[in-house]
Design a protein around this ligand. Structure first.
Ligand SMILES: Cc1cc2nc3c(=O)[nH]c(=O)nc-3n(C[C@H](O)[C@H](O)[C@H](O)COP(=O)(O)OP(=O)(O)OC[C@H]3O[C@@H](n4cnc5c(N)ncnc54)[C@H](O)[C@@H]3O)c2cc1C
Length: 446
């Protein structure tokens, strides 16, 4: 119960009038283990009001390309089916002017999924500006961000220490909301949501992706992805997940990003397999991932170099005028036209599958820094490419992953050209550790 209270944040007190409760689902596109839906249903039951569930996403504001929208909409179709199963409908709004159709002027309380970036938060509030409803935001991380820390944490080590103070053993935080959902009265959608989504889907096409089933996304598909990982790759994760020639990774980042699956559900499955905090998969899923949310929540410059720690900015500035052996344009990079076969393979992996192996992401980001005329442009270009092509892009882990290449959450290393004291990576390191020919081949066959 305490954990539920800590997840709610009153964003604005309204006039406490209104004839329904609304849940605006955005980054938690599932029924199970959805705290926002649970709290929305409980408030509706408590006030004896019906519940309206809606989805609105402005594709151009968030610079979605078709691949993102395809994943999102296919996930929404699963959500519609799941909600229907409990007697509820989803109102799907894909044009800002249609917000009026929701009649939010009559709404008592609007529950929103917590947004962890200033840009999303400001945009959400801007849309809700004209309505007098109470606005409550709900945190759906495994542990609510403000329970761990209310300031930007310096590193994974400081964050981990605080995390362990809240819990250092994995707890099953999953829950079932079928009772609340079946009891609460619903408000029917004004249109045939599925038809509307399918119509939008029919107009989409991704110019690169042929190999991945972009239509297999959503709560059900993400559980299948998890099962494949648990049964086939988990035992290899500890030792081999960093090797890009293999795929001993979960590839769950996209499912987590859209909220098709909850970290709590994954943890429940890991508890059954007797995993604990010492497992490197748990470290990635809880510590690394939630540290990224801590950063974007507490640093308004999460998407640019001004968010970097002082030491990193200082050292990069000191080396800003160092000569660059290579300087590639955005178009060279985007089209994987560099002298470096490994880098090109990583870029192609992302273009063709919407995913890049985690180790290659570090190398890929570091090289853009090395090959750009200045580090500010390099940071922008990396973000642009990452957010455009990764299916898990436009997320806190993306902003943090990129800024990590520039020193965030890291320490100083031996000083060298261009990078200053920021950690450097090179091709020899890849050759020493991995079978890179096999990686290049794997990508060629995508
Ligand atoms: C330059 C760069 C860009 C990145 N861009 C993104 C991005 O756009 N979106 C994104 O989700 N992650 C990003 N990452 C972080 C990380 O590389 C990916 O989360 C991970 O590779 C996703 O693959 P997976 O699901 O197979 O991970 P797994 O190894 O199976 O890990 C399980 C889960 O833990 C989380 N996780 C793993 N590593 C990290 C990490 N370093 N930081 C934060 N969370 C992590 C992810 O949610 C992941 O799904 C980036 C890292 C770098 C260096």
């Amino acid at each position: 119960m305490e954990l539920i209270k800590k997840r709610s944040e009153i964003i604005r007190n309204g006039n406490d009038k209104g004839s329904f409760v609304a849940y605006w689902t955005s980054n938690t596109l599932r029924v199970n283990n959805n705290y926002s839906l649970k709290i929305a249903s409980e408030i509706a039951l408590d006030k004896n009001l019906p519940l309206k569930i809606f989805f609105y996403h402005n594709e151009s504001h968030y610079k979605c390309i078709d691949r993102h929208t395809m994943v999102l909409l296919n996930g929404l179709i699963e959500l519609v089916d799941e909600l229907n199963h409990f007697g509820h409908e989803l109102e799907f709004i894909n044009c800002i002017n249609d917000i009026e159709k929701l009649n939010l002027i009559e709404c008592h309380t609007i529950i929103i999924d917590k947004t962890y970036t200033k840009r999303s938060f400001d945009y959400t509030l801007e849309i809700l500006r004209n309505y007098n409803a109470n606005i409550v935001s709900i945190d759906n991380l495994y542990l609510p961000a403000n329970l761990i820390s209310n300031k930007q944490e310096y590193s994974a080590a400081t964050f981990r220490r605080k995390y362990y103070k809240v819990t250092n053993s994995l707890i099953d935080l999953t829950f079932d909301i079928s009772r609340e959902l079946t009891q609460v009265k619903q408000i029917k959608s004004s249109e045939n949501t599925k038809e509307k989504i399918l119509k939008r889907l029919a107009s989409l096409k991704d110019e690169f992706i042929e190999t991945v089933n972009l239509d297999k996304n959503g709560a059900y598909a993400s559980k299948e992805n998890l099962n494949i990982f648990l049964n086939e790759n988990l035992t290899n994760y500890e030792e081999n997940s960093s090797k890009p020639e293999f795929e001993y990774v979960s590839k769950l980042s996209k499912d987590l990003h859209y909220g098709f699956i909850s970290p709590a559900y994954i943890i429940k499955k890991l508890i059954l397999r007797k995993l604990d905090f010492s497992s490197s998969f748990v470290e990635q899923l809880l510590i690394r991932r939630e540290l990224a949310f801590n950063y974007t929540l507490n640093n308004k410059n999460y998407n640019n170099i001004n968010g970097l720690p002082d030491w990193a900015l200082k050292t990069l500035n000191e080396h800003a005028k160092d000569e660059r052996e290579y300087a590639y344009s955005l178009s060279d990079l985007e089209n994987a036209q560099t002298h470096d076969e490994y880098w090109n393979a990583a870029q192609n992996e992302m273009l063709r599958s919407g995913y890049m192996h985690g180790y290659m992401r570090m190398y890929w980001g570091k090289k853009i820094l090395e090959w750009s005329n200045n580090f500010k442009d390099a940071h922008n270009i990396t973000l642009k490419l990452n957010n455009k092509y990764q299916l898990d892009g436009r997320s806190p882990s993306g902003y943090v992953g990129i800024s990590w290449c520039y020193g965030l959450h890291d320490r100083g290393w031996k000083e060298r050209e261009i990078f200053g004291k920021v950690r450097y990576m090179n091709m020899n390191g890849l050759d020493r550790k991995f079978d890179m020919a096999r990686y290049v081949d794997r990508v060629r066959n995508l």
